[in-house]
Design a protein around this ligand. Structure first.
Ligand SMILES: C[S@@+](CC[C@H](N)C(=O)[O-])C[C@H]1O[C@@H](n2cnc3c(N)ncnc32)[C@H](O)[C@@H]1O
Length: 189
């Protein structure tokens, strides 16, 4: 059973990383859009409002899906890309949980799920990249926020192993990390 402390937020609040992903998605999204890990739905709402695109927001956290739906986002509870059919989207965006976290982390609250990327910081990035090709239609693209804390070179290697070429579309440095949004296009297209 999930422990809910009413004094603690249960849904990730939009921050600098959210803003960078939204800027990149408003610029580069096309067709049917999925935002994985939509949190509050703020990014998905911006893309829908500013581009007039149909945007689905998904999240493992039911409180997030409810908040996103409250903003008018078509929101579903889903574990990464599992429930979505092949070729379902033209653009898939993800601002993943990426903070490297000790292995004995208990993952016992929703903010932990929003922030923690496991010991490497890439615990969610790896399965996402292993499956995103399946749900992208021909000509589809991914937009992935990458923090230097999760290992930029390691994430790029995973992207290339998954069969994508990549280009940095937005980047900003902060005192403790550099955030980059990479656009992923199939190497074969
Ligand atoms: C860093 S937050 C980003 C939230 C929002 N997209 C934003 O940019 O403000 C990561 C989000 O991923 C969600 N998440 C964590 N694990 C997930 C999983 N396995 N499947 C789907 N979403 C997940 C978290 O609940 C959280 O809302």
């Amino acid at each position: 059973m999930t422990r809910l402390d009413r004094d603690q937020p249960t849904v990730y609040r939009p921050a600098e990383d959210s803003g960078l992903l939204a800027d990149a998605a408003v610029d580069a999204a096309h067709g049917r859009v999925l935002e994985v890990g939509t949190g509050s739905g703020w990014v998905a709402e911006r893309v829908a409002a500013e581009r007039g695109l149909r945007v689905v927001g998904s999240d493992l956290n039911p409180h997030a899906a409810r908040e996103a739906a409250g903003r008018g986002v078509e929101a579903v509870v889903a574990d990464l890309l599992g429930p979505f059919r092949e070729d379902a989207f033209d653009t898939v965006c993800f601002n993943p949980p990426y903070l490297p976290t000790e292995p004995d982390n208990e993952w016992d609250d929703w903010m932990e799920h929003a922030l923690s990327g496991g010991e490497s910081g890439r615990a969610l990035i790896e399965p996402f990249l292993a499956d995103v090709d399946r749900v992208l239609a021909p000509g589809g693209r991914g937009l992935l926020l990458v923090s230097s804390l999760a290992g930029y070179d390691e994430v790029v290697a995973l992207i290339e192993d998954a069969g994508f070429v990549h280009e940095a579309v937005v980047e900003e440095s902060f005192p403790f990390e550099t955030l980059t949004v990479l656009r992923l296009d199939r190497a074969s297209e």
